[in-house]
Ligand binder design. Sequence first.
Ligand code: NAD
Length: 347
Amino acid sequence: MINIGLIGCGRISKNHFEAIAALPDAVCVSCCDIIASRAREAAAMFKIPDWTADYRKILNNSGIDLISVCTPSGLHPVHGIQAAEAGKHVLTEKPMACRLNDADKLIKACDRAGVKLFVVLQNRLNPSIQLVRQAFEAGRFGRIYMIVSNVFWSRPQEYFDLAPWRGTIALDGGAFMNQASHYVDMVQWFGGPFKEVKALTSTLARQIEAEDTGSAVIRFQNGAIGNINVTVLTYPSNLEGSITILGEKGTVRIGGTSMNKIEHWEFADEQPYDKELGHYNTKPHSVYGFGHSGYYRNVIDCLAGLAAALSDGTEGRKSLSLLEQIHRREIRQAVPQLLRKTFQEGG
Ligand SMILES: NC(=O)c1ccc[n+]([C@@H]2O[C@H](COP(=O)([O-])OP(=O)(O)OC[C@H]3O[C@@H](n4cnc5c(N)ncnc54)[C@H](O)[C@@H]3O)[C@@H](O)[C@H]2O)c1
């Protein structure tokens, strides 16, 4: 039995509590949030025996094997490093950090302490994505020419006003790093190491520090071109979360709201599973999908020595490295509201 402590009882924590509760060989024994009422309510709702507003209590609990870090993104390294130094395995939500340098410190701390580090990239487990990965690994695409990902989501100002960390550069990172991070990961998972990155980003409509809209172009080391388009300004609701892979002998487009639906599937060769594509489509209630359950299954199997980690620190670092290049190469246009109004009025 793996005993889990969780820090950060906000929106995504529910997916963690539910995933853990469904496992016969893991249990959440304590949860923590600086907003004490959130920890108390989570404990009541998910029948967790202990809750606290003081993370040190979780760190000092010798019965805890693994700490799940669900705090704002920029705090993942701090909380993860403290967990590792307390001798706990670390599972962190995506992105593992907002800066590569901090991610590396977390990886090093886990290595030093001899504990495992897991980065939640649950969309890799979508049945539709697993199928396209199977086709990719079997070489069905031939040479990859182009990978395009569109993240046309809707996040009103009220969403950003939910918590002070949202939309900040230090703790949230912006639309690419927060809303599009699974898509950035997916593009690099299929494209491989990148060679060159260019990006345009803008803060067009939300009152936030980081970008709400952007487009990045990537040249991969294998010559393929990647393109990621992201906005949180889609009217009136989420429209698309897709990836299209165009290869020499195959074209696939996985869409839906979170890469959950096969929209186009065409290969030069044929495989029996090509006739059963409908089985691989899912209808998640939210863009978070169903992946946390499968993700935790792998984590527990990995801790038991029965499986390799689906995404460890090294794997989580790859998309962060691309994200850092997107932001480093960006031509940023953040026009303050007042100036924008003056421009619009012809001033
Ligand atoms: N895997 C996914 O698809 C997915 C989806 C949503 C969010 N996330 C990630 O999960 C993380 C949290 O996102 P969220 O939407 O749940 O945010 P949230 O603001 O709803 O929750 C964060 C919680 O952390 C708590 N917190 C902050 N500092 C703390 C501290 N020092 N000690 C204890 N608690 C602290 C806050 O009070 C809050 O309750 C982010 O990194 C986000 O990118 C991942």
